[in-house]
Every structure is written in C-alpha cells, then in structure tokens.
Design a protein around this ligand. Structure first.
Ligand SMILES: [Zn+2]
Length: 141
C-alpha cells in the first residue's frame, strides 16, 4: 500500500478552493473537485499540485467533470514534469467521506494506479482511497 503525501502548494489550493478554514457562511454546498498532479514511485504518491476542475454540472451529491477539463489538467501537469495522479473531491454538508460507485468508476478510468482523496470541508475530514477501494495512509501539511 502506497503512502500519499500532499505538499504545501497542493494543500493551499485545495483549502482555498474548497473553503476549508473559512467562515461557515462561505462554505460551498456543491461538490467540487481538484485534479492532482504529482509523481508516483514504488512506495509513495507525491502530490505537488492541485488544479481546480470547474464543472458546469455539480450538485450537493454529484459532480461531472467534462473530458476536456481532465485533458487540460493533464497538459498543465505535463508542462510541470508531473502526471495526473488522482483527484481530491468534496462530499459537502452531511455527506459522509466514502467512495461512491461513480467515484470508483472515475478512479478506474482516469488514474487506476493513483489515488482518490475525498474531503468533507465542513467537518474537515479527509480520506485517501486506492483503486481497490482500500484506504491509504494520507499525510497532509
Ligand atoms: Zn464522491
């Protein structure tokens, strides 16, 4: 099982975009997603960048990221000598932190060897999951 490390720049972007550590009235009610750029080695998934994926189709319990947005993220990461290694998306409000069927499908299609981080910004809960649905050790700044 790989260890997942979130570096400071990636963490700052996620925290700002998801509204973590912000006043209650500024917390986001719809799901949000960041593509994660980094490097995968034998024992570590090293996450260096988080890129907000704006979605025209999201709600309290779903988000649909168009294919061209994933393509855009892959292009940006490549120019930083990074790869798309996963995503971090929110389950806001009263949603639990878990991998839904749709989350697992996206994971298998987009980054089968990577990581999915699910976050509830209101409760400040985070969990990382690999393709088999098992939780991975997650180190945040
Ligand atoms: Zn989800």
């Amino acid at each position: 099982m790989k260890q997942v490390i979130v570096r400071e720049p990636a963490w700052r972007m996620m925290a700002a975009y998801f509204g973590i550590n912000q006043a209650e009235d500024k917390l986001k009610k719809n799901e949000q997603l960041c593509a994660l750029g980094g490097v995968i080695t034998r024992h570590i998934i090293d996450i260096k960048l988080a890129l907000p994926m704006l979605s025209p189709n999201s709600g309290a319990a779903h988000i649909l990221v168009p294919g061209e947005n994933w393509f855009y993220a892959i292009c940006v990461f490549e120019q930083c000598n990074l790869s798309l290694v996963g995503s971090c998306h929110t389950h806001p409000g009263n949603l639990e932190v878990f991998m839904s069927g749709e989350d697992k499908n996206t994971h298998m299609v987009m980054f089968p060897g990577g990581i999915s981080i699910v976050c509830n910004p209101q409760r400040r809960e985070f969990a990382a999951y690999s393709a088999n649905g098992r939780r991975a050790e997650l180190l945040m700044p």
